[in-house]
Design a protein around this ligand. Structure first.
Ligand SMILES: NC(=O)c1ccc[n+]([C@@H]2O[C@H](COP(=O)([O-])OP(=O)(O)OC[C@H]3O[C@@H](n4cnc5c(N)ncnc54)[C@H](OP(=O)(O)O)[C@@H]3O)[C@@H](O)[C@H]2O)c1
Length: 283
């Protein structure tokens, strides 16, 4: 088998569809394949995190894209998804006759602790305080130790069809301005899939990329843009205590390395992506 998508959900399914469209042979893996919508490639039942969970995997893949997600916001769930899962999958590949040529691991910008709105890139330090960031970083270290080419893509908040990232909060009139201090890093699902496909096909990828669009806009900028775009009133300012901090901190991630590698974004900023969603694209 050519490409295994381990954890074939929101991103993995779209990636598999893109890869099949380009002539690749793909197998998806998840615990509940029946929950997937109609697929042009097989999705097999398998559990990355339990002993014997990968017995259904009978051929060693040439390329692995690991994009399983933790099933709950708990340390143990994160450990199973991002640390135990890659380890068990690697072990299974060795049992099946050999390591893959390339192992891509979808991580998160949440491994970066910066919370002061500063610009960061792949060389910036990572000292996550949250258990989630720490487990993701631990998973990255597990993957880096594999004896094959490894590529880590640290994604910002993934939005797209069915995941409207604040649009509905705004449309319900529940958005509040907070002074513009909280930056967010986003990427459309189709660009996560596109970037992964690009990194699969690239001859000599780097070992680490930030997977974010060009514009780490502040939450206030997003509300302002939505107000103009939809002709609705600008949200009022948050009254009361300080607004809730962004999950993942306030930082501005650069995508220069991904762009320099030749990836061309379908949705360069939230504006193009949100416009498509407002137009009913995949609502
Ligand atoms: N969502 C975001 O904003 C965001 C931001 C940064 C990074 N990421 C990362 O991006 C990646 C893809 O996210 P996503 O939005 O596509 O997640 P998703 O829709 O939840 O898909 C994850 C898939 O993993 C499968 N899975 C979970 N545990 C498994 C296990 N033990 N064995 C086999 N399959 C398992 C799930 O299917 P079953 O339940 O059927 O097993 C699900 O289909 C994840 O690594 C996530 O951490 C996401």
């Amino acid at each position: 088998m050519e490409i295994l998508i381990a954890g074939c959900g929101y991103v993995g399914k779209k990636l598999g569809e893109d890869l099949v469209g380009r002539g690749h042979q793909v197998l998806g893996l998840r615990r509940d394949p029946a929950a997937a919508t109609a697929s042009p490639f097989p999705i097999r039942r398998g559990d990355l995190a339990v002993p014997g969970g990968l017995d259904a995997l009978t051929h060693a893949p040439r390329t692995i894209v690991y994009c399983a997600a933790a099933e709950s916001w708990h340390d143990e769930a994160y450990r199973l998804a991002y640390v135990e899962g890659p380890r068990r999958l690697w072990q299974r590949c060795l049992e099946l006759g050999g390591p893959p040529r390339r192992f891509l691991f979808v991580s998160s910008t949440g491994v970066h602790h910066q919370d002061d709105g500063s610009w960061i890139d792949e060389r910036s330090p990572t000292r996550p305080e949250s258990f989630s960031g720490r487990r993701l970083l631990e998973g990255e270290a597990v993957v880096r130790a594999f004896d094959c080419e490894t590529v880590i893509l640290r994604c910002g908040g993934i939005y797209g069809p069915g995941r409207r990232n604040g649009i509905d909060t705004f449309l319900r009139g529940e958005a509040r301005l907070d002074g513009g201090a909280q930056y967010g890093n986003r990427i459309h699902r189709d660009d996560v899939a596109g970037a992964l496909r690009h990194l699969i096909e690239l001859a000599t990828p780097d070992d680490l990329y930030l997977g974010v669009d060009h514009d780490p806009a502040s939450r206030d900028d997003v509300w302002r843009w939505l107000a103009v775009e939809t002709g609705r009133p600008l949200p009022t300012r948050h009254d009361g205590d300080a607004p809730a901090r962004r999950h993942g901190g306030s930082k501005r991630c650069r995508n220069d390395r991904l762009v320099a590698s030749g990836y061309d974004f379908l949705y360069p900023s939230f504006r193009e992506g949100f416009r498509a969603l407002l137009a009913g694209d995949g609502r």
